[in-house]
Design a protein around this ligand. Structure first.
Ligand code: AGP
Length: 596
């Protein structure tokens, strides 16, 4: 996720672009850059937050320009990899939000034609593509270049010779702000509200030419699009959260797209290159903290089922001080921030012990990425809410990809099974969207139970880690005491805690443990405790056992953690909101824990 802005008007573009860009910093903050068209094209970029750009940039005069704040997905967060990118002639500048999945092939072809590249990014390819298509009309050159691109994008392009910004979108957001004698462009309305409240939302496949006095939109076929501006009544603070009351809710709702981005370019072919060329492993050890540890626990079930490789999971701070065993497992370190000290220390320890290491991380260039042999990025975009949501579901997606890799390398998974996995993975965003569409049902139920002091979560098999994660989310943001158990363990102790005052959330999807789960639900209801069950749509049995039923779309059981946990994220969110808790910043907890 990155933020882009554009301006064409009568005022100096530089201060307006920087002001707009600041409001998009939540979309990415590892580097930024600006291009202004005046007497020629002026480009300036800097590593770090937008303040670093402001401190180093010279005054640039000109009435047209573009700017970008980056959240790296391809290429490290360095000044060289910051946007905008110029073509060989330095007459074009391009900013981009999205991922070009066929960029390697395009880059090879462009290099063969003599183009010279200065970065590791996918975006730079587009600057050179436009250059090679440019025959006078910038908009036509952009349209021609887009035909060669696969992936997702919001692009904005300026040329040293023109008083226009040309932009395009496909699956990445882009909105046009209509002013008087000036027009704007941004990744979301937040950036533009100070300047105008009249917005035109661009649709997938559309290209726009923006000048001081005109806005021309063409659809994918090149037909002119007439669309009236909408008047936006949000205040600035509302807009930063995209109209959601909290970042956590916004991030929960971003999950279909986050999962889609995580998969992009990785499951396109049936026999892709594995992520790492280390050969087959006889065992895997996953090391992580908190929510990432729960993703690791889910990973154990996924890897053992798909790749048949024995997998253990350990808390980072425990691994670090554990004794050395004779095993030589692949060590997988899971950390969304990439800065958790316990996990970084565990990575160092693993390397000291001579193990191969892989990190599953969300923040490109974060500390963990320098400590391991290989990184799988989750591409969820920046997560502002302290409670991990979209980074968790994309960690689980990374586990499917890793398991498929291990299975392919050890020849445990054939082409047919892989094809079916890929199909199911591609359906995941829809299963999540279904849950989000029914958020009001979860909200109503959470309101009913928001007054309790204790709440228990039970599940079996791959949904046991989801019970743990549901409990962690609940205690973390609603301050209700939440505990998760494997349902089969209830009778070995926790049943003593069950009472009328402590509802139990039971995950009971139709897998090989379903009948046992029904038995566990009965054990609980027999003691007077209300049960809120999460099951598959169309399950008519569950309602006979549980007091309340929340449903998710039926998916093969191995994929069920994803829609199940989204339901539990909503559940904990609405509990916290009803109790008036500071959802995005729970007491005593930091987003990134850099102490031991
Ligand atoms: C999750 O909601 C928590 N904020 C916390 O458990 C978190 O997952 C943990 O601190 C690990 O963070 P990491 O993924 O950045 O390493």
């Amino acid at each position: 996720m990155c933020g882009i802005v554009g301006y064409a008007g009568g005022r100096d573009a530089q201060p307006i672009l920087i002001d707009c860009l600041r409001r998009l910093e939540y979309r990415g903050y590892d580097s930024s850059g600006i291009a202004v068209v005046g007497d020629g094209l002026h480009v300036h970029k800097s590593k770090g937050e937008i303040s670093a750009l402001e401190e180093t940039m010279p005054t640039m005069h000109g009435h047209v320009g573009i700017a970008h704040t980056r959240w790296a997905t391809q290429g490290k967060p360095t000044t060289e990899n910051a946007h905008p990118f110029a073509d060989c002639s330095s007459k074009l500048a391009v900013v981009h939000n999205g991922i070009i999945s066929n960029f390697m092939d395009l880059k090879d072809a462009l290099v063969a034609e003599g183009h010279v590249f200065s970065s590791e990014t996918d975006t730079e390819v587009f600057a050179h593509l436009v250059e090679s298509e440019l025959k006078g009309d910038l908009m036509e050159a952009v349209r021609a270049a887009l035909k060669r691109i696969e992936g997702t994008y919001a692009f904005a392009v300026v040329s040293a010779d023109g008083a226009e910004v040309v932009a395009a979108r496909d699956e990445s957001p882009l909105v046009i702000g209509i002013g008087d004698g000036e027009n704007f462009l941004a990744s979301d309305v937040t950036a533009l509200l100070k300047y105008t409240d009249r917005m035109v939302y661009m649709m997938d496949g559309e290209v726009v030419r923006l000048t001081k006095d005109s806005v021309t939109i063409l659809d994918r076929e090149g037909k002119k699009v007439e669309r009236q501006p909408q008047k936006i009544s949000w205040n600035l603070e509302d807009a930063e959260k995209g109209g959601y009351p909290h970042f956590m809710l916004k991030e929960i709702f971003e999950q279909p797209n986050a999962i889609h981005e995580s998969l992009l370019g990785r499951v396109e072919t049936l026999d892709p290159e594995p992520f790492f060329q280390t050969g087959a492993f006889t065992s895997v050890k996953i090391v992580a903290c908190g929510t990432s540890y729960h993703a690791g626990l889910a990973g154990k079930y996924i890897i053992e089922e798909l790749a048949k490789v024995p997998t253990t999971v350990q808390i980072s701070s425990e691994y670090r001080y554990s004794s050395v065993s004779r095993e030589n497992p692949l060590i997988v370190l899971v950390t969304q921030s990439g800065e958790t000290l316990d996990t970084i220390a565990a990575a160092r320890e693993a390397r000291k012990r001579g193990h191969k290491t892989v990190a599953i991380a969300n923040v490109m260039g974060s500390a963990i990425t320098r400590e391991v042999d290989h990184v799988i990025y989750t591409r969820a975009g920046p997560e502002i809410g302290v409670a991990a949501t979209k980074t968790f579901t994309t960690q689980i997606v990374a586990m499917y990809l890793l398991a498929m890799d291990l299975a392919t390398q050890s020849r445990v998974m054939g082409a047919q099974a892989r094809r079916s996995m890929v199909g199911q993975l591609r359906n995941l965003p829809r299963a999540v969207q279904d849950v989000l569409n029914k958020a009001d049902v979860v909200e109503a139920l959470a309101k009913k139970y928001s007054g309790v002091k204790d709440m228990y979560f039970i599940g079996r098999n791959i949904n046991y880690p989801m019970a743990l994660e549901g409990a962690l989310k609940t205690k973390e943001i609603s301050y209700i005491h939440g505990e998760g158990f494997p349902a089969g363990e209830l009778k070995h102790g926790p049943l003593a805690l069950i009472s009328k005052e402590s509802p139990v959330v039971a995950i009971a999807i139709k897998d090989h443990t379903y009948e046992k789960m029904l038995g566990n639900i009965s054990e609980v209801t027999a003691r007077g405790s209300p049960v809120i069950a999460i099951g598959y749509e169309g399950d008519t049995e569950l309602g006979k056992y549980a007091d309340e039923v929340l449903t998710v779309r039926e998916v093969p059981p191995i994929f069920s953690p994803v829609p199940v946990i989204v339901t539990l994220q909503l559940w904990s969110y609405y509990l916290a909101r009803e109790r008036g808790c500071p959802v995005d910043k729970p007491r005593n907890i930091a987003k990134t824990v850099t102490v031991e």
